[in-house]
Design a protein around this ligand. Structure first.
Ligand code: NAI
Length: 719
């Protein structure tokens, strides 16, 4: 786990060997301790170089070891002893020096980095802080402001930036290890005292308190309720105000608090969930690692509305040529301007040139004869989409993949009107499509494994987190959204206000509460869907009781809001009022308050005081309950997929892990008990009836989330 060689007769070369990133597992720590002892006690050795195998210095701690008890030598004293040694130690950084890897480099007396290396302390993204002296040594090396920024954000820096900041002593284009050996030989005679970072005093800015206060406020605004970045600020404060020995104690205390918090567990779960989500399996047994995706060089986007524009940008900026189709010239021209503007802004931000030559705009589907893949993004209207797919089937060559961006319609019904149902799938982007990272790849029962592999890999190429889901109304994300938003509107009937519910959800950590999110997305979209499914509008039988539809409880308040022309931000009015159409500053609207009061009066509903706990439980337990149904139905293969979809598509706070992880943290027994309680109070709300899978898991002793799959019989049945 750490190889020892003597090179140039007097330099001990220690190579970490733990593929793929030489993480600091117990065996590696043990290896470092042993080889360092050998180097320090061998009189022939005058200097030491530490490097990593396969061009990667060290990717940090082995996260898998966090779950069990600590084995092997603890990192902190090991690192302190390397720094205290009396022979110069040089870190040869190739590839990565991240987390514990950078902390290891910081105790070396010198650091040489390859020009392509990346360095950083990303612990904060896992709900932790760099607890092997990183919060104490980095400020001593590069000063408080720069260290604060790197430690509280977890941002990685290039070796060039690291050189500018003073983290490394030299950047090389050559083999960093060989350069480090030469460097070490030259360092032998030089005194080491000024190279031991723990012995230095921190260059402290005069306005320390103001600086820490400003950073704290920034964090509270950006990452509401997240503990780790705030703990990082406190640790850096300790570095600035205490001697190293006390600062390190403070660092350990803060780490212990974080380590035992639910947030760190949720963030680590999220880290693995994101990686697991890309690993799909179909009922046929075909899976991610045995199906080759097709190469996509050209694509078409049909419809240049809200979604089509963002999809065209996402494709073009990764080098795919795009033919964009609109239905009339004026819309095509405005779409063209928008797409070009978006691509230019994006290219400017990334410091590259915009790939405008990849774009072509047309009014005719006939131009799509030779494209490799089509993404349809016309109105959410099944008859229209079927016409488009029929036409595509005639025009495109027989091997072209046909995908729909539908947000919930039956993908198999679209496949059924084509001559190639096996080449049809859903590619469900989220708005704005060039910004949002989620892509649901909808697998129809006839989609081939190659089709799914291609859609998944195209998503990855566009920088998306792609998740394979089954075909049912709303797929995973939007299907779960219904019970969640239904609960929110039922709570309005019972006495809550939009701003009260949003505040509770935003304090929980959601990027936006349910009403602010609806205002942003546009209230007319859901209204149109409800009208089409006969829930509201002229098709509703006048004898139908006003608050019941299709045998279930129904809340008509969202329809009443739309009937007043309040479609959300775009009209300047929705659940909130805005300064102007398109404005983003949401203010509570007394007209909505009046509407709610009149409504309650009309139906004799006595408003009651709704607690924060009830809002959280009714909205989030209903959300997770639907997730359990989705798992049982085989629409999602594993709870991790659902959680990734909610984090990346719906603003669920990452530090809570996602709706399914949150349910597991609350305790399945408690979730079941509360759902039973609310279902008893609202027997006509089927979403509150505990799902059979939840009951089964509780009956099996509430296993940890990683074991739920063992209790689901129908895994992948719809994937
Ligand atoms: P939109 O109304 O903004 O744009 C649709 C565009 O399609 C319009 O520009 C229209 O002129 C064009 N179009 C209609 N028929 C056409 C035809 N035959 N040929 C070429 N172009 C045609 O709609 P939006 O919001 O972009 O939605 C498109 C699809 O994406 C829908 O299926 C929707 O459910 C789905 N979606 C929408 C999301 C959103 O947040 N808006 C999110 C995810 C999916």
């Amino acid at each position: 786990m750490a190889r020892y060689e003597l090179v140039k007769r007097s330099v001990a070369l220690i190579t970490l060997t733990n593929p793929p990133v030489n993480s600091l597992s117990s065996a590696v720590r043990h290896g470092i301790a042993k080889t360092m002892d050998r180097a320090l006690s061998d009189p022939k050795v005058t200097a030491v170089v530490i490097c990593g195998e396969n061009g990667r210095f060290c990717g940090g701690a082995d996260i898998r070891e966090f779950a069990g008890p600590l084995r092997g030598p603890p990192l902190l004293p090991l690192l302190d002893s390397i720094e205290a040694g009396d022979k110069p130690v040089v870190a040869a950084i190739e590839g990565v020096a991240l987390g514990g890897g950078l902390e290891l480099a910081l105790v070396c007396h010198y650091r040489i980095a390859h020009s392509k290396a990346r360095l950083g302390l990303p612990e904060v993204t896992l709900g932790l802080l760099p607890a092997a002296g990183g919060t104490q040594r980095l400020p001593r090396l590069i000063g408080i402001p720069a260290a604060l920024e790197l430690i509280t954000t977890g941002r990685h820096v290039s070796s060039q930036e690291a050189l500018k900041l003073g983290i490394v002593d030299q950047v090389t284009e050559h083999n960093a290890c060989e350069v480090a050996v030469e460097f070490a030989l030259r360092a032998v005679a030089k005194p080491l005292s000024s190279r031991r970072l723990s012995a230095l005093t921190v260059p402290c800015p005069p306005d320390l308190d103001a600086l820490l206060e400003a950073v704290t406020m920034q964090i509270q605004k950006k990452a509401r309720g997240v503990m780790a970045p705030l703990a990082c600020v406190q640790a850096v404060r300790a570095a600035a105000t205490m001697p190293y020995s006390q600062g390190i104690k403070r660092e350990s205390e803060l780490m212990a608090t974080l380590f035992n918090s639910g947030q760190a567990r949720a963030l680590q779960y999220s880290f693995f969930a994101e990686r697991t989500a890309g690993k799909w399996t179909l009922p046929s047994g075909a899976q991610w690692n045995d199906t080759k995706p097709r190469e996509i060089r050209s694509a078409a986007v049909i419809g240049l509305g809200t979604m089509g524009r963002g999809i065209a940008v996402s494709l073009a900026r990764v080098g795919i040529s795009v033919i964009a189709v609109e239905s009339d010239r004026k819309l095509m021209e405005s779409g063209r301007q928008m797409v070009i503007g978006m691509l230019e802004r994006d290219a400017k931000r990334r410091g590259v040139s915009a790939s405008l030559n990849l774009l072509k705009f047309t009014l005719s589907l006939q131009d799509l004869k030779d494209v490799d893949l089509v993404i349809e993004a016309v109105f959410e209207d099944m008859a229209l989409k079927k016409r488009v797919f029929q036409e595509l089937s005639k025009v495109c060559r027989p091997t072209t993949l046909l995908c729909s961006n539908t947000s919930g319609l039956d993908v198999d019904a679209l496949a059924g009107v084509t001559d190639r149902p096996q080449l049809v799938s859903g590619m469900h982007f989220f708005s704005p499509a060039h910004v949002m990272k989620l892509l649901e790849v909808v697998c129809g029962p006839r989609s081939s494994s190659e089709t799914i592999a291609t859609a998944m890999s195209l998503g990855k190429r566009m920088g998306k987190v792609s998740v394979a889901v089954g075909n049912c109304p709303g797929f995973v994300g939007n299907r779960m959204l219904k019970p969640y938003s239904d609960q929110a509107t039922f709570l309005l009937e019972e006495g809550a206000t939009p701003e009260q519910i949003d505040k509770v959800l935003e304090d929980f950590g959601f990027a936006m509460g349910v009403f602010r999110m609806s205002d942003l997305a546009g209230l007319d979209v859901g209204w149109r869907v409800r009208k089409e499914s006969g829930l509201t509008g002229p098709d509703v039988d006048p004898k139908n009781p006003p608050r019941r539809r299709q045998g279930r409880k129904y809340c008509p308040i969202p329809d009443m809001v739309c009937e007043q022309g309040r479609f959300g931000q775009k009209t300047g009015r929705g659940w909130y009022m805005y300064d102007k159409p398109g404005g983003t500053n949401a203010k509570p609207d007394p007209l909505i308050q009046n509407l709610l009061e009149t409504y309650r009066g009309r139906y004799g509903i006595k408003p009651r005081n709704i607690t924060e706990q009830e809002i959280i439980e009714r909205c989030l337990f209903a959300l997770a309950n639907e997730g359990f149904r989705i798992l049982k139905d085989g629409i999602a293969a594993q709870p991790e997929d659902i959680d990734v979809i909610y984090q990346f598509g719906y603003g669920f706070p990452r530090h809570r892990g996602g709706p399914m992880f949150y349910a597991s943290m609350v305790g399945l027994e408690r979730v079941l008990e509360r759902l039973e309680h609310y279902h008893q109070a609202h027997p006509d709300v089927s979403h509150l009836e505990p799902s059979p899978l939840l009951k089964k898991l509780v009956a099996c002793g509430s296993p940890p989330i990683q074991k739920w799959r063992e209790h689901i019989k129908t895994i992948h049945s719809h994937l």
